[in-house]
Design a protein around this ligand. Structure first.
Ligand code: HEM
Length: 284
């Protein structure tokens, strides 16, 4: 009981830090960096930090801890798997759009691509994430993947998941620092130097601290064994059983899933039937 209360305390912190990170990155880029556009200018660049932090840090971290929420344990695992995959997919899309923004700006201004340490870490994080999503989808959501394969994949998936979060936090921190060194020059562009800690630097540094705190909380939640979902028995019902059963895969899902599918099919058939009847016997 005490352990669950501590979990919810950590989870609450995780949610608060999520909101704080998104608000902070938006405020920084709208108040100090001129807001947003999609025209190859520095205003297009501003989408990059916003989408990377929202997608590859905040949404990703929240998607990763989804299974640890005890409220989800009472239900079948399948809907949570789908939600986990959907959150991760959204996070992947946001990060790809975020990368498109910075590549566009670089190409429009003839700035070389992928020269910095930040960009190397960042591209590695995104590429690994894309690979992880595809492998996770194929391994855990496709019903014909054998259980033995899932068992093999799971520890790799968990390890890679944590590593991607660490990489994306490293990329965010280095990106924030790089940006502050680029823009807070002090003399040339009417800004105060970074070394004098102007308000913009305070906000951006704080964003970095919030991202690190968020990452530490997520990693703590992921690494505490007491907070893991008890043995995934549903996994077995969803996975393809070997040659002994030849019935349709839907039947091998959770029974509730079967009821839901058949009642939705029944409803769709009813609507089609009513439409056809209305066409053949018009009211007037
Ligand atoms: C998960 C987070 C992030 C990832 C994966 C990431 C990834 C990348 C990549 C791959 C590039 C290279 C684009 C090119 O070469 O055309 C880049 C550029 C850049 N990013 Fe990020 N980024 C992230 C977060 C941030 C954040 C939060 C900032 C803060 C402003 C930032 C600032 C920059 C800057 C200034 C550049 C241009 C200079 C350079 O190529 O290093 N990034 N980013």
């Amino acid at each position: 009981m005490r352990s669950m209360m501590i979990f919810y305390l950590f989870y609450f912190l995780c949610l608060c830090l999520s909101v704080a990170c998104v608000v902070c990155v938006c405020v920084w880029n709208s108040q100090w960096r001129g807001g947003f556009a999609w025209d190859g200018s520095s205003r297009e660049f501003n989408w990059h930090p916003v989408l990377m932090v929202t997608g590859l840090v905040v949404l990703y971290g929240n998607g990763a801890v989804l299974y640890r929420i005890p409220l989800t344990w009472a239900h079948s695992k399948l809907p949570w798997k789908i939600l986990h995959a959907a959150l991760m997919f959204l996070s992947l899309i946001l990060s790809i759009v975020g990368l498109c923004a910075v590549f566009n700006v670089h190409n429009a201004g003839n700035i070389p691509n992928l020269y910095s340490l930040h960009s190397w870490i960042g591209i590695a994080a995104t590429a690994l994430f894309a690979f992880q999503w595809v492998a996770g989808f194929a391994g855990f959501l496709l019903p014909w993947t054998p259980l033995s394969m899932r068992k093999l994949l799971k520890p790799v998936h968990v390890w890679l998941g944590g590593s991607i979060l660490i990489l994306s936090i490293a990329a965010s921190i280095s990106g924030i620092n790089e940006k502050l060194f680029f823009v807070l020059k002090g003399t040339t562009n009417g800004t105060q130097p970074y070394s004098s800690l102007p308000p913009e630097a305070v906000v951006a540094n704080s964003l970095g601290v919030l991202i690190v705190a968020f990452g530490l909380i997520v990693l703590k939640i992921l690494s505490t064994s007491e907070w893991q979902r008890p043995d995934g028995s549903e996994d077995r019902t969803y996975a393809v059983r070997t040659s002994r059963t030849k019935n349709c895969w839907i039947e091998r899902c959770h029974p509730k899933c079967c009821v839901l599918l058949s009642s939705s099919l029944y409803y769709v058939m009813k609507v089609i039937e009513e439409q056809l009847l209305a066409k053949s016997h018009p009211p007037f």
